[in-house]
Write a protein that binds this ligand. Sequence first.
Ligand code: GLN
Length: 196
Amino acid sequence: MIIGVLALQGAVAEHIRSIELAGASGIAVKRVEQLAEIDGLIIPGGESTTIGKLMRKYGFVDAIRDYSKQGNPIFGTCAGLIVLAERLEGSEEPHLGLMDMTVARNAFGRQRESFETDLDVKGIDTPLRAVFIRAPLIKEVGEEVDVLSMYKGEIVTAKQGNLLASSYHPELTDDYRLHELFIRMAQERGQTHVGR
Ligand code: GLN
């Protein structure tokens, strides 16, 4: 399995490390043509306004929408989750608008800008170590969305078909089980889809 990490801005090298620890190959995706070479795409944490701007500049918006429409797995973490959302709280325009959810940016406020915790995640047998940094929250999801974990009553991990999203940074710890779960999504897709 080859997993690409969108390398416009943000935590790219850390994701590539976790992908490799989880047993797949990780590559940095800088050009739209590379989407044809990968079995799954991670949109990393960073700054969603900047990632969105660079995606538009380099033609990634339509290319990633097509990539998703073909059923390929996409995993958005933190800013990447914001980029995937159909709706953003406030007057902000969505970026890719792929996942049926409403997201609030920087939802933890100043006192709790950054923290670590252990989360129960559906599909992972013991709690997952999660790092939250100026994290977004999923405020509301559509019927097609499966909620995989909550933190203090708020949704922080969700899946909708080929799309996976986390509010936190799973790539900043040695716990790579969410990457494993994503690689399994890519493997399952590979079994039903012959040729890229
Ligand atoms: N606060 C950032 C944003 O709104 C996301 C933070 C992160 O990715 N760690 O884009």
